[in-house]
Structure formats: structure tokens, C-alpha cells
Write a protein that binds this ligand. Structure first.
Ligand SMILES: NC(=O)C1=CN([C@@H]2O[C@H](COP(=O)(O)OP(=O)(O)OC[C@H]3O[C@@H](n4cnc5c(N)ncnc54)[C@H](O)[C@@H]3O)[C@@H](O)[C@H]2O)C=CC1
Ligand SMILES: Cc1ncc(C(=O)O)c(C(=O)O)c1O
Length: 309
């Protein structure tokens, strides 16, 4: 049974994940190699806890969990039943972490990666108990989005998948087991198909960025939260899908490299909210207001989708 969890990496995903797991009654120890990341995570933990309060997520009868921060990786993983690796999307950085923890954890400890899409089979080549490694792909913001993908690599034991799936379910979240270890798993294959087309349309001047977001959020996003793609095919009619896809599929973007617009921006360190400019520009005040407004709206929508309002 999983009771103690170590989180390695406290950037965008780590703090919300720590808050959500602790609210599920688990004992979390949170570590980052960068002291500034630990301080930032410490300061935003309370915000995530406030959002969980407004979502009505309560601790189990067995009691509340805790989050403890540490700057010592051995302290973080010592006695952990599960280590969640949450460092940048780069195989060599992730492999360094697996090597660092390999001698510090017991053969019983499960190791999960929150990778956005690196096949688990590639990651488990760097750990001495690959049967205990699994993909556990959360979605951003992790304390609000309830779905988590669970992915087995070639060497993952079925019991490891079952333990992580049951853990996710036991704290009131929604596990989806992905049956094949394909790059990007399922969520990001679908998201990146959409993002490739969206970036292409903006880059070709078919639409302005603001209008693209209005079109997708109010035309597709709002609907798809209620009616998933497979159900949407039935609602539209497969005959319509057949007719439209017979001419449209061939015209959709099929570029297999990163779009020049994205390269230009990243080369200029325009990463989005984290650097103050990306597709749009943000002042620090706007970022704070936007994050609060988005959390409030996501909480309200989730309560309605769950039939609680
Ligand atoms: N940002 C997103 O929307 C999502 C990201 N992911 C995935 O989650 C993982 C983490 O992503 P983010 O939180 O966005 O990354 P991030 O870049 O915001 O944070 C990564 C953190 O890892 C720390 N770190 C780097 N090397 C380390 C080491 N050796 N030991 C301990 N800490 C170390 C960094 O100091 C940093 O605080 C990636 O694999 C990413 O693809 C998954 C879902 C959504
Ligand atoms: C742009 C982008 N890329 C990856 C992810 C992920 O799930 O790994 C997300 C996300 O929203 O979680 C994302 O927005």
C-alpha cells in the first residue's frame, strides 16, 4: 500500500501535485535540485490548497496527509513507497535522477515518471528494477485536472500499473490506462495534433491568435468537455465525418518539425507566462490575475461537469 511519496522536481507541476496527493491523505516529501524552486513551491503550496478547498476535495477519514520539503535527495526518497520523477522533459536529466535514486530506494519502491510523452520503455532502461517503473502523466494544473494517464513500458509489471491505477482512484482522481507505450501517450497525441494545426493557422495568417483561442475554446473546447471525440462523431454523424475528412484530412498540417514561429520565440527566450512573453505578453500583475481567474473558472466548470452545482 502506498503511503509515503517522494516528488523529485518542483517546477510547474510539482507543487500542485504535492498538494493534491497530501489532500488524498498521503505523506509527501518534496525535493528539487534548485533551492529557489523549493522556496517557490513552498510559497505556492497554500494557493493550491485553497483551490482544493474550493473544489471541495476533503481528506479521507484516515486523516490528512502532509507535505515536507527537503534539499536532500536521499532524505526525500528514504522510506518512500513511490517516487514521482517530475524533472524536465529530457531523457538524460531524467536518467541522472534514476541513477541518483537507484541505490537509495528499496526493490519494492515504485518509480513513476510524469513525462509528457517519452516512451516509458526508453526511461526504464536507466533503472535497475524496470518492472517497478511506470508512466504517471498528470495534466496541468495538476491539482485541478482529475485525469491521470498510467502507462506501462515493455518491462513494467502488471502489478505496478494496477497499484498506481488504484492509488489514483483511491484519492478520488480518474486513472486512464494507456494500452500501448506510444510517444505522447494519448492525451498529448490529441493535444499536439490540435496545437500543430492551431500554430499553423496562426503562422499562415489565416486567423489572429486571440480569435484562434475564441474559436477553439467556445467552438470546440466547451463542447468537448461534455461530449468526447468518439461521442461527437456519433452526434455529428459518421457520414458527415466521412465526407469532410475525405477532402480535409489531406489539407491539414502534417509538418514533422517544430514550426518556425515557435522556434523564433523560444530562441528569443519567449516561453510564455514563465518569461512574461510567448504568444501573448503578460505583466506580473496580469499573470497573477489570470492564474486566479483560470483556477476559479476551472473549479466552477468541474463542479458542474461532476453534477455538483
Ligand atoms: N508543464 C506542463 O504543462 C506539464 C509537464 N509535464 C511533464 O512533467 C515534467 C516536469 O515538467 P515541469 O514541471 O513543467 O518542468 P519545470 O521545468 O517547470 O520544472 C522542473 C523542475 O525540475 C528541477 N530539476 C531539474 N533537474 C533536477 C534534478 N536532477 N533533481 C531534482 N530536480 C531537478 C528543476 O529545478 C525544476 O524546478 C516534464 O517531464 C514535463 O514534460 C507533464 C504534464 C504537464
Ligand atoms: C502544451 C502542453 N504540453 C504538454 C502538456 C502535458 O500534459 O504534458 C500540457 C498540459 O496541459 O498538461 C500542455 O499544455
Amino acid at each position: 500500500m502506498i503511503q509515503r511519496i517522494a516528488i523529485i522536481g518542483l517546477g510547474t507541476m510539482g507543487p500542485g501535485m504535492a498538494a493534491r496527493l497530501a489532500r488524498g491523505g498521503l505523506q509527501v516529501v518534496a525535493y528539487d535540485v534548485a533551492p529557489a524552486a523549493i522556496e517557490r513551491a513552498r510559497s505556492i503550496l497554500g494557493i493550491a490548497e485553497g483551490v482544493l478547498d474550493s473544489l471541495g476535495v476533503t481528506s479521507p477519514a484516515s486523516g490528512a496527509g502532509t507535505v515536507r520539503f527537503t534539499d536532500d535527495i536521499a532524505d526525500a526518497v528514504s522510506g518512500a513507497d513511490l517516487v514521482i520523477e517530475n524533472v524536465p522533459e529530457n531523457i538524460s536529466i531524467k536518467a541522472d535522477v534514476y541513477r541518483a535514486i537507484d541505490g537509495l530506494i528499496g526493490p519494492e519502491t515504485l518509480v513513476a515518471s510524469d513525462t509528457s510523452g517519452i516512451p516509458i520503455t526508453k526511461l526504464q532502461a536507466h533503472i535497475s528494477h524496470p518492472e517497478r517503473m511506470v508512466g504517471m502523466h498528470w495534466s496541468n494544473p495538476p491539482h485541478i485536472i482529475p485525469m491521470i494517464e498510467v502507462i506501462a513500458g515493455e518491462k513494467t509489471a502488471p502489478q505496478t500499473v494496477a497499484t498506481i491505477r488504484d492509488l489514483i482512484r483511491s484519492i478520488g482522481l480518474l486513472p486512464v490506462v494507456v494500452k500501448k507505450d506510444v510517444p505522447g501517450f494519448v492525451e498529448n497525441r490529441v493535444l499536439y495534433a490540435l496545437l500543430r494545426e492551431a500554430v499553423d493557422l496562426v503562422e499562415r495568417g489565416v486567423i489572429d491568435p486571440e480569435d484562434l483561442d475564441t474559436c477553439v475554446s467556445w467552438g470546440i473546447g466547451y463542447k468537448i468537455a461534455v461530449i468526447g471525440p468518439m461521442a461527437l462523431l456519433d452526434m455529428a454523424g459518421l457520414d458527415i465525418y466521412k465526407s469532410v475528412s475525405s477532402f480535409l484530412n489531406a489539407d491539414l498540417s502534417n509538418r514533422d518539425d517544430v514550426a518556425p514561429m515557435v522556434l523564433q520565440k523560444t530562441n528569443a527566450s519567449k516561453f510564455g507566462i514563465k518569461s512574461g512573453e510567448g504568444m501573448f505578453s503578460y505583466t506580473p500583475e496580469q499573470i497573477k490575475a489570470l492564474q486566479g481567474e483560470r483556477a476559479r473558472k476551472l473549479v466552477a466548470v468541474r463542479r458542474i461537469l461532476e453534477g455538483r452545482e
